[in-house]
Design a protein. Structure first.
Length: 196
């Protein structure tokens, strides 16, 4: 990639402006959310024997972070696709995050989860999608779709806003669960990886 003749100060200013735009977009999204939809997720998590999480690409990175924090709380959490992930069965919960709601591995996982009568919570930018058809509950994040090349809802590339907000939202869910459980941080830390 050729870096054009641009001063370090111009780049610094541009990066700062971008970060401001990203924070503004995430704050805008916060105001569009129905947090009762998110509150329901806490009930699904509380009722589940095991929690399975699936998401792909950058959405997957955000949800891997969420899986780690839920594990720190002492929940039995598996990220779909890891070699040690067991079968999902009735009484379990699948949290399936897909901005588009069409990523085939995620739709298939939700379909399988419903076949065995597990519960499915979807998180998506789409109110109706292939994924929502196999979901008991939907959390709508009305961010830009990853193929909204006109960039109507976000100045950022592809699904970046959804993926950022997903991470922030799941950290907020963790904070609520942590508060409810009242577990001291030092106790959570005992579950933190010591082989890293
Ligand atoms: O990595 C991603 C891509 O760069 C879009 O910004 C997506 O997270 C990946 O393609 C999965 O897509 P969705 O299932 O639609 O979230």
């Amino acid at each position: 990639m050729e870096i054009k003749n641009i001063s370090e100060q111009q780049i610094a200013n541009d990066i700062r402006a971008n970060l401001e735009m990203i924070l503004v977009e995430n704050t805008w999204l916060l105001k569009q959310m129905d947090f009762n939809e998110v509150a329901a997720l806490v009930n699904y998590i509380g009722a589940a024997n095991h929690i399975f999480i699936i998401a792909a690409g950058r959405s997957g990175f955000a949800m891997r972070s969420a899986a780690m924090r839920l594990m720190h709380l002492g929940l039995k959490v598996y990220f779909v696709g890891e070699t040690t992930t067991p079968a999902i069965i009735k009484g379990d919960l699948l949290i399936a995050a897909s901005g588009s709601g069409t990523t085939s591995t995620i739709v298939k996982a939700a379909q399988k989860a419903k076949e065995v009568n597990a519960m499915v919570v979807a998180i998506s930018t789409q109110g109706r999608s292939l994924l929502s058809d196999f979901s008991d509950h939907l959390i709508l994040i009305p961010a830009a779709g990853k193929q909204d090349f006109e960039r109507n809802r976000s100045g950022q590339y592809a699904g970046s806003l959804f993926e950022q907000f997903l991470l922030l939202l799941m950290d907020s869910v963790f904070q609520s669960l942590w508060k409810v459980e009242g577990i001291p941080a030092a106790e959570l830390w005992e579950r933190h990886a010591n082989l890293e």
